[in-house]
Design a protein around this ligand. Structure first.
Ligand SMILES: Cc1cc2nc3c(=O)[nH]c(=O)nc-3n(C[C@H](O)[C@H](O)[C@H](O)COP(=O)(O)O)c2cc1C
Length: 188
């Protein structure tokens, strides 16, 4: 029997009016769609309008529900001042239990570093949220130059990294789902 595809939520982190994030996120979603072992959906933080004071809102409910339904998460994030955007921190802080026991991967972009400093900071936060950040991540240095008008890229390293990251996310998502069916994750 073919196992059911892993439910992956792709979070688009940047919310600036002139943001580049959707180009990167759409490339990644197309990359995932080439595989039959994932069923991906996109959650764009610009649509949720999450309150910075973490008070209840429709957007917060939608976020909790989407993360609750996911078996794995990928954050598509730029680098701002050697960190990740405040919009992503608000999203991470808005959800509590639904992150737990799930794997997370990162697709970053930015200037010369490709957003890797944002990714490394996010690994610390992921650990606090009881998530497993997978080893491989995708990075796009000089992101605006890395994509053509159609949103395609010839960055082979990114495509290879995406394959490895998705393989690792799949392994952890399958393992954590099986484990949770035997014993709930501690602290749920
Ligand atoms: C406030 C701000 C700070 C930035 N800081 C960095 C940085 O520290 N390192 C870097 O590589 N790029 C930096 N950049 C460039 C962004 O990573 C790049 O413009 C990216 O496209 C931003 O993502 P967005 O367009 O989806 O918001 C910064 C951009 C902004 C707006």
């Amino acid at each position: 029997m073919t196992p059911a595809p892993v439910r992956l939520t792709v979070v688009v982190a940047s919310v600036r009016p002139e943001r580049f994030g959707p180009v990167v996120a759409e490339w990644f979603s197309r990359t995932v769609a080439e595989r039959s072992d994932f069923e991906a959906s996109t959650l764009d933080l610009i649509d949720l309008d999450l309150p910075i004071d973490l008070s209840p809102s429709q957007g917060a409910e939608a976020l909790v529900s989407a993360i609750g339904a996911a078996q794995a998460v990928v954050a598509v994030t730029p680098e701002y001042n050697h960190g990740y955007p405040a919009s992503l921190k608000v999203a991470l802080d808005t959800v509590k239990y639904e992150w737990r026991g799930k794997p997370i991967g990162f697709v970053s972009y930015g200037g010369i570093s490709g957003g890797m400093r944002a990714t490394e900071q996010l690994r610390q936060v992921a650990a606090e949220l009881h998530m497993v950040s997978v080893r491989d991540s995708v990075a796009f240095p000089r992101a605006r130059r890395a994509f053509d008008e159609q949103g395609c890229t010839s960055n082979e390293a990114a495509a290879d990294s995406a394959t490895r990251m998705l393989d690792q996310l799949h392994w952890w998502a399958t393992a954590s789902t099986m484990a949770a069916s035997v014993r709930p994750y501690p602290g749920q």
